[in-house]
Design a protein. Structure first.
Length: 89
């Protein structure tokens, strides 16, 4: 049960995308996240957790995976945001 939406979430492996604001100040870096500004998608349903399955899914999932690309495009469009390449990314 998701206590914010009062809906049941399927069990499984999810990927999420959230905007992050990175600022550099005199030798240190801050990262700011805004609550509830991201999105998530179910990649594969599972009855229980398996480390091997997680690693398999993680290897196949990146910014060029269609579901991740759609999520990124949605977050960028809704927030009027752009992706900036970072050395620490």
């Amino acid at each position: 049960m998701n206590y914010f939406t009062y809906r049941e979430s399927k069990r499984g492996y999810y990927v999420s995308v959230s905007p992050v604001k990175i600022e550099k100040h005199n030798g240190y870096e801050t990262r700011s996240f805004m609550a509830f500004s991201g999105t998530k998608a179910l990649l594969q349903e599972a009855k229980r957790f398996g480390q091997g399955k997680l690693e398999e899914i993680a290897i196949k999932t990146n910014v060029n995976t269609p579901v991740v690309r759609r999520m990124l495009d949605k977050i960028l469009a809704e927030g009027g945001l752009t992706i900036v390449e970072s050395e620490a990314a």
